[in-house]
Design a protein around this ligand. Structure first.
Ligand code: NAD
Ligand code: MG
Length: 355
């Protein structure tokens, strides 16, 4: 039996994880947490909001599935890595905002990070057992979101409702907007850099509208390996929870005879500037990715409220990065302070740009 603590149990990932856990007699849900929704009785230990580290201490999990959205997921990630407990990681913001400290805690704690993000789960499987120096580069695929093909000008009037209509994935609102701006792929680039210890110039992003290929790995002899499957998060969630085993799932097998369309193209970085902003912040290092993430969370929340124009999300992120001096954060408290400072700056910039 594997003892699972599920954080973010009421969300898109959380509810799919409940289905996986419920169907697998080897997985035991020992603790669950949500941000604000009542979850009493869902697990022997439950908590709504607040500091989750005491809950995790009591739960003594074998694996923590961190499916909290946003910077709020960082303390649980640090607890898990510091305790050498396996971390099934959906909360990509942990590795974006706290990548350097988190990887140091990971190495020191000696546990595993089992990626839940579909591209990273695919990359993890493609890279498993492979010598690092035989890998030339990693390719992350992006659906392109609902606004693929539109120009910068055509994006000025799009609404939150249109942004929430994702063509291939059904996810929580924040990540769905991130997919529409391509910030999601930018966050994933930074996530991949820390997970797989690859420099940014060896991580490529391609647009692939059907989301059937989740990631590719280019090897040094020019061979390219791809990971395929229907876009269904139950597969990576299941793999992260059952690793190194592989359980059956109720996901349909890939129908190769149905006429799969495997098209790839370069992202339009002019219409979708968030991807380049994330790459630059990743390369700048220090707390630049933490600032990027905080500004993005503020801008996306204001866009979802219907107050901020879509293209202004990138403007808020860029303006906040330009206005903030980064530091080499020494601990989580310093990251929390940097996150708060960036949120104040982003909120001020947002006020100037609202309708
Ligand atoms: P969601 O909005 O559907 O759910 C978020 C969950 O986090 C909810 O259960 C909410 O109650 C909880 N939460 C929020 N603040 C909290 C707090 N302070 N303490 C405890 N719980 C809190 O989001 P989602 O789409 O499930 O995404 C969750 C994470 O997984 C995000 O980091 C996202 O980027 C990542 N992810 C999601 C998908 C997907 O298909 N949904 C795919 C890849 C990665
Ligand atoms: Mg993803």
């Amino acid at each position: 039996m594997k003892r699972v603590a599920l954080l973010g149990a009421t969300g898109s990932i959380g509810t799919q994880a409940l289905e996986i856990i419920g169907a697998d007699p080897e997985l035991e849900l020992v603790a669950a947490a949500s941000g604000s929704q009542d979850i009493e009785g869902l697990a022997p230990l439950t908590q709504v909001g607040g500091d989750l580290t005491a809950l995790l201490d009591r739960a003594e999990p074998d694996v923590v599935l961190n499916a909290i959205v946003g910077f709020a997921g960082l303390p649980a990630t640090f607890w898990t890595l510091e305790h050498g407990v396996d971390l099934a990681l959906a909360n990509k913001e942990s590795l974006v905002a706290g990548g350097e400290l988190a990887t140091a805690a990971w190495k020191k704690g000696g546990g595993r990070i089992l990626p839940v993000d579909s591209e990273h789960s695919a990359a993890f499987q493609l890279l498993e057992g492979r010598e690092h120096d035989t890998v030339h580069s990693l390719v992350l695929t992006a659906s392109g979101g609902p606004f693929r093909g539109r120009s910068r000008l055509e994006l000025s009037g799009v609404t939150a409702r249109e942004a929430l209509a994702h063509p291939t994935w059904n996810m929580g609102p924040k990540i769905t907007v991130d997919s529409a701006t391509l910030m999601n792929k930018g966050l994933e680039l930074i996530e991949a850099h820390f997970l797989f210890d690859l420099p940014y110039e060896r991580i490529e992003v391609v647009v692939h509208p059907t989301s059937v290929v989740h990631a590719l790995v280019r090897l040094r002899d020019a061979a390219v390996l791809a990971h395929l499957g229907y876009p269904d998060m139950r597969v990576p969630i299941s793999y992260a929870l059952t690793f190194p085993e592989r359980a059956t799932t109720s996901v349909e097998p890939l129908d190769l005879a149905a006429g799969l369309i495997l098209e790839f193209s370069a992202p339009d970085e002019e219409a979708f500037p968030c991807l380049a902003l994330a790459r630059a912040a990743g390369e700048a290092g220090r707390t630049a990715p933490c600032v990027l993430n905080a500004a993005n969370e503020v801008a996306v929340a204001t866009f979802l409220d219907g107050r901020l124009p879509f293209p202004a999300i990138a403007e808020v992120v860029e303006g906040t990065l330009n206005a903030t001096n980064t530091i080499a954060a020494g601990d989580l408290d310093e990251l929390v302070a940097m996150d708060a400072e960036a949120r104040r700056t982003a909120a001020a910039l947002t006020r100037e740009l609202v309708h």
